[in-house]
Design a protein. Structure first.
Length: 475
C-alpha cells in the first residue's frame, strides 16, 4: 500500500544540529565552546545546515513523481453543526465514497463524534485523482483514510511527529498564585501541578504575600509546526515566600524512583498532605475546651474544622486503609483511615462519601474520599478533620509532618549533576528581561547531561544561553 507521509524540515535540521553536537562534544579533544563561538558548533554554519536540510528533505520524499501532483482540496476545521457526511458532500464526494471512507475510519474512531475545531484535510493525487482524507482530533495521533486504488479505501492511525522543548516562566505575586501564573500564560493543569509540588511546604491559599515570586521550567511537546500538543513534566520549580526560597528539582534514579527534591536531595513529599482540601477558612481549631454551638456546652474539639462550600472535594492526606465508611452519629457521613506507623485520620460531616470508598479498601494520598457537607451535628458546611497517633489525638496545624524517602546515597552525585543543569536554567530565566522563555531543546539537554558526567564541576561557558531559532518558532 502506498502511503503519503508527513515530512518535517525541522526534523532534518535537528538531525544536522545533533551531528554538529557530536562533532564538538564527542570528538577526541572534547572541545567545549566558549562564549564567542556559534550556538551550533562544528564545521557547518546554520545557513549551510538549512540548505542541507532542505536538500535532504526533498531527496527523501517517496513517490516524488506522484507527490508533485498532490493537490489539497480542503484543509480546515469542523464547524459547529457539521457532520462528516455534510463536509464530504460539500467537497463533491458521492454518497458511496462517503460510505466507504466512514466505514474505513470507524475501525479507529466514530465518525459521528467529530467535534468543532478538530482538523480535517482532503487531498487528491496521481493521474486517477485518488483521495486521501486526514482527521486530526488533537493530541499525539491522527487518522488517514487513503484510496489505494479506485473505490478501495484503507484507514490507518499515524503518530504526530513530536518535538520536546523546555519552557521557563517567572512572575511576581500581585494578587494570587493562580491569577499571576495565568497572566504569564500557564494553563490550569500546570498551575495545579506547580502548587501540588510545594503543597507540603506552602499553603497557597493562606501563605502567599505580595512581592513573592515564582519560577518554573517544564517540558513542552509540540508538533513540527510549533503547535502545542501537551504541557509535560515540571523539571524544576522555585517559590519565594516572605524572603524564604523553596526549590524543587525533579529527579528519577536508575531504579525508577522519582519525585521532587530539595537542593540537598531531601524529598519534598511528606507522608501526609498539609491540608485535606482547598478550604475557605479554619472555622474551629484543635482545643480541649470549646463551646459547642449546638449542644451549648464546653467540650473538647480534638480536630480542625475547615469551612468550605458544600461539595468541595475532600482528599485523604496519606496512603492507608479505610477502617470506617458510613454514618456515625454527630459526625454524619464519616470516613476513617488507618495509616502506617500508628496514625489514623477521620473526615466528618461529609455531604456524601465518594464511590468505592468502603471499609477495607486501600486509598492513596490525594485521593478524593468524600465531599464537604453539613451532615450530623453541624451548623454549616465544613469538614471536621482529626488525626491521631497510637490513639492519641494531635493538633494537625502544628504537627511536624514526616518526610518521604530522600535521594539514595548511591545516586547523590548523579542527582547533583542534574541539579546543576536545572539551576543553570533558573539563573538564565531569572536574569532575563522576559518572563517567558524557550530554553534549549530537550535533545541538547541530554547531550549536556551526558557530557557533564566527565566533570566534577561543570566548567564556565559549557551551556549556551538561548536559541533564537527556538524562540522564533515556539513563543
Amino acid at each position: 500500500v502506498r502511503s503519503l507521509t508527513n515530512f518535517s524540515f525541522f526534523d532534518t535540521l535537528s538531525r544536522l544540529f545533533n551531528m554538529a553536537n557530536d562533532s564538538a562534544f564527542r570528538g577526541k579533544e572534547k572541545h567545549l565552546p566558549d562564549d564567542n563561538e556559534l550556538l551550533f558548533p562544528g564545521e557547518l554554519s546554520l545557513e549551510q545546515m538549512e540548505e542541507l536540510a532542505i536538500q535532504e528533505t526533498q531527496d527523501s520524499l517517496p513517490f516524488a513523481d506522484e507527490l508533485e501532483t498532490l493537490a489539497v482540496v480542503f484543509s480546515g476545521t469542523f464547524r459547529r453543526g457539521d457532520t462528516l457526511y455534510d463536509f464530504l458532500v460539500r467537497e463533491g464526494l458521492s454518497p458511496q465514497q462517503i460510505h466507504l471512507i466512514s466505514r474505513s475510519l470507524s475501525s479507529f474512531v466514530n465518525p459521528r463524534n467529530f467535534k468543532p475545531g478538530e482538523g480535517i484535510e482532503l487531498l487528491r493525487y496521481g493521474e486517477e485523482e485518488l483521495m486521501v482524507f486526514k482527521y486530526f482530533p488533537g493530541g499525539f495521533n491522527y487518522y488517514v483514510v487513503e484510496e489505494t486504488e479506485p473505490g478501495v479505501f484503507v484507514a490507518r492511525e499515524e503518530k504526530v511527529p513530536v518535538e520536546k522543548i523546555l519552557i521557563g516562566a517567572k512572575g511576581e505575586i500581585k494578587s494570587s498564585l493562580y491569577e499571576d501564573m495565568r497572566k504569564e500564560g500557564l494553563n490550569n493543569e500546570l498551575i495545579l501541578r506547580y502548587a501540588d509540588i510545594f503543597s507540603w511546604e506552602i499553603d497557597f491559599l493562606t501563605d502567599p504575600r505580595k512581592g513573592d515570586y515564582f519560577r518554573v521550567i517544564w517540558e513542552r511537546q509540540v508538533d513540527p509546526e510549533g503547535k502545542i500538543l501537551t504541557e509535560g513534566r515540571i523539571l524544576v520549580a522555585q517559590y519565594s515566600n516572605r524572603g524564604k526560597e523553596y526549590t524543587a528539582i525533579f529527579y528519577e534514579d536508575p531504579e525508577g524512583n522519582k519525585g521532587y527534591f530539595t537542593s540537598e536531595g531531601n524529598s519534598l513529599r511528606r507522608s501526609f498532605l498539609r491540608s485535606p482540601l482547598n478550604y475557605t477558612r479554619i472555622s474551629s481549631n484543635f482545643s480541649y475546651r470549646r463551646f459547642h454551638p449546638i449542644l451549648k456546652v464546653h467540650r473538647p474539639h480534638l480536630g480542625v474544622d475547615y469551612a468550605a462550600p458544600t461539595g468541595t472535594p475532600v482528599s485523604v492526606i496519606g496512603d492507608g486503609v479505610v477502617t470506617f465508611s458510613g454514618w456515625k452519629g454527630g459526625f454524619g457521613n464519616y470516613v476513617e483511615v488507618r495509616h502506617p506507623n500508628g496514625y489514623t485520620t477521620s473526615y466528618g460531616h461529609l455531604s456524601r462519601i465518594a464511590s468505592g470508598v468502603s471499609k477495607g479498601r486501600r486509598v492513596s494520598q490525594g485521593q478524593v474520599i468524600g465531599y464537604v457537607g453539613s451532615t450530623g451535628l453541624s451548623t454549616g458546611p465544613h469538614l471536621d478533620f482529626r488525626i491521631a497517633k497510637d490513639g492519641r489525638f494531635l493538633n494537625f496545624l502544628t504537627l511536624e509532618l514526616p518526610r518521604a524517602e530522600s535521594v539514595k546515597s548511591d545516586y547523590l552525585e548523579d542527582f547533583k549533576i542534574a541539579k546543576e543543569v536545572y539551576v543553570y536554567h533558573l539563573q538564565v530565566l531569572s536574569k532575563s528581561s522576559e518572563n517567558v522563555l524557550v530554553l534549549v531543546p530537550e535533545s541538547f539537554e541530554k547531550e549536556k547531561v551526558a557530557f557533564s558526567h566527565q566533570f566534577k564541576k561543570l566548567p564556565p561557558g559549557h551551556f549556551p544561553e538561548l536559541s533564537p531559532l527556538f524562540q522564533a518558532r515556539f513563543i
